[in-house]
Every structure is written in structure tokens, then in C-alpha cells.
Design a protein around this ligand. Structure first.
Ligand SMILES: Nc1ncnc2c1ncn2[C@@H]1O[C@H](COP(=O)(O)OP(=O)(O)OP(=O)(O)O)[C@@H](O)[C@H]1O
Length: 293
């Protein structure tokens, strides 16, 4: 198999792509032909308890090249982009070249653009903002923003205005200031080979459908059964697509066909959100057709 583009062997490689697009296979191909450590950039593949449903690398893959940050977080633990960023930086200075691969766009932008660690909006501020936006308080929100932020955001976009208002209310500091205070990125894009897999929509849809069947064949139902007794839908690991569906099936609430259809539809919607993010936020990345490798 040929590598789809000229990849310098001494620079970090970043591979982003929508679910089921073949990014893990590309990472493995690069690692086995050129060397390097494969590092996970997927928010769900960090968790220990959903190996099959989150399509973590197989034992054979792990034997073929070193893999890091996969399945090392307990299923009931929290995990965040800040946590990932701290973990991933230790590999940036390692002698083995890192090949960072995954579908969580936010992780990549945090790595290559820096991360402003803005505290989350408390529920009461979110509720107040929602109410204002719906009840015509949009102009009020806009007028309450600091001048720098007002000049930097799109004043026609209600979601942007609301977000900026929430940040100001929550932290007492404007969004523009948060952006200005963002620390320098750990890995600027110019220091890496950055690839985003740009898959044909129909091709991807077909792969998504086939893959859920494969997961069932690999034992996804048994995996769900192992998670059944302490299932907690509010945990981050429970957001693994297909988990809630298979748990509902095991509880006798829906048939396996219904679970499978729901999980496949949710995965297609997830792929769409990923592509939207990649298109909007990863402009300097090299797009690659998955048919080329
Ligand atoms: N952030 C997430 N939220 C919910 N589910 C996720 C998330 N990330 C991954 N998953 C689930 O985990 C599974 C695997 O993700 P993904 O397809 O990106 O992994 P991969 O096999 O490494 O990728 P590829 O097929 O491109 O090599 C998908 O079925 C998806 O539903």
C-alpha cells in the first residue's frame, strides 16, 4: 500500500476524520512503514469500558505499533479537552514521532491553536440567556457585551451573541479577552503534517451501516451486558454511540433491529457534525480521499 502523500518521517502527524473514514488504518500504515507512536485524539476511545463500540484498535493493531491514550480512563471518570492536552504534550517531546489520530476536532484545534479554558456556563445563566434570546432580548445581550467582543463576533448570529454574553456573565471577562489570553499552542500547525480525511458521503454512510453489524459480530452486546449493572446515562463514557441503544435492548425496551437502526442513524448524524466542524475549523489541513490509501 502506498502512502497517499509525501509524509516527512521526522515531523508529528495529525490525522482527523469523520467516524468510520479509515483514519486509524492510515495511522497504522504510517507507523508501520515509517515508525512512530499512535496517539488517540478521540474523546470516547479514552474510556476503558466500551472497547468494541468505540472501535478501539485491536490487539493485532496494538502489536504492530505502539498505541497511547486508548482505554486508560475508567468508565465512571470525567475527561476533558484540558486533560487530553496535558496528556498529549508528554508525547510531543518523546523520541518516537507522534501520530495523533482521532475524530474529536476540538482536541486538534486546542493542540494547534491553543486552548482558552473558559469555565462552563452554570445552568441558571444558560436558562436566563435562552429566555432572553427567545423573548426578544437579543439587542440587550448585544449591548451588554464589552466593546472588544462586540467588534470581534458576528452580531447577526444569535448563538454567537448568546455564547459571548454567557461567557461574560459567568466569568466577568469578555470573550475577546479570553481569546487574547489563550496560551500559545503546544503544536502549531506549521510544525506538523496535518491530514483530514474527506470521505464521500455515500461511501461513508455505507461504511457506518456495515460497521455497526461488525461491532455486533465482535461482541458489542456482551460488552453492553458487562456495563448493564452500573449503567449511568449521565457519564461521559455513556455517550458512546450505540451504548444507550444496546442497554435499552438488553432491558427489553427495544428490539435489536431498533437498537441497531437508532445507533446507525446517530452515527450518521455524528459524522455530519464532525464534517461540519472540520470544514469550519480545519482550513489549513490537507484533505485526503480515503480511496487513495
Ligand atoms: N465523541 C464521540 N461521541 C460518541 N461516540 C463516539 C465518539 N467518538 C467515537 N464514537 C463512537 O466510537 C466509534 C468509533 O469512532 P471512529 O469511527 O472515529 O473510530 P476509528 O475506528 O478509530 O475511526 P476510523 O474508522 O476512521 O479509523 C464510532 O462508532 C462512534 O459511534
Amino acid at each position: 500500500m502506498q502512502l497517499p502523500l509525501d509524509i516527512p518521517a521526522d515531523r508529528p502527524v495529525l490525522i482527523a476524520g469523520p467516524t468510520a473514514s479509515g483514519k486509524s488504518a492510515l495511522a497504522l500504515q504510517i507507523a508501520t512503514t515509517q515508525g512512530g507512536t499512535i496517539i488517540n485524539a478521540d474523546a470516547i476511545q479514552v474510556f476503558a469500558n466500551w472497547r468494541i463500540l468505540s472501535a478501539r484498535p485491536s490487539a493485532a493493531d496494538e502489536a504492530a505499533a505502539p498505541h497511547k491514550l486508548y482505554g486508560h480512563i475508567a468508565g465512571d471518570a470525567d475527561y476533558s479537552v484540558g486533560h487530553w492536552l496535558r496528556e498529549v504534550t508528554s508525547f510531543l517531546s518523546a523520541p518516537e514521532r507522534p501520530i495523533i489520530v482521532g475524530g474529536t476536532g476540538l482536541y486538534f484545534t486546542a493542540l494547534t491553536e491553543g486552548l482558552a479554558e473558559i469555565p462552563p456556563t452554570p445552568a441558571e445563566i444558560r436558562a436566563a440567556a435562552d429566555k432572553m434570546r427567545v423573548e426578544g432580548g437579543f439587542e440587550t445581550m448585544l449591548s451588554e457585551l464589552d466593546q472588544d467582543t462586540r467588534q470581534r463576533i458576528d452580531p447577526q448570529n444569535p448563538m454567537r451573541v448568546q455564547r459571548a454574553w454567557e461567557v461574560l456573565r459567568t466569568t466577568g471577562k469578555g470573550l475577546a479577552q479570553w481569546q487574547d489570553d489563550t496560551p500559545a499552542p503546544h503544536l502549531p500547525l506549521t510544525h506538523a503534517t496535518a491530514i483530514v480525511i474527506d470521505a464521500d458521503k455515500q461511501w461513508l454512510t455505507q461504511r457506518i451501516t456495515q460497521r455497526f453489524d461488525q461491532m455486533l459480530q465482535q461482541g458489542a452486546i456482551e460488552e453492553a451486558r458487562a456495563n448493564l449493572s452500573d449503567w449511568d446515562p449521565t457519564r461521559l463514557s455513556s455517550k458512546t454511540i450505540g451504548a444507550a441503544e444496546l442497554i435499552a435492548h438488553l432491558r427489553g425496551e427495544i428490539s435489536l433491529d431498533e437498537a441497531s437502526d437508532a445507533a446507525t442513524i446517530a452515527t450518521r448524524q455524528f459524522a455530519k457534525r464532525q464534517r461540519t466542524w472540520f470544514r469550519a475549523r480545519m482550513r489549513g489541513w490537507t484533505p485526503i480521499d480515503p480511496m487513495s490509501f
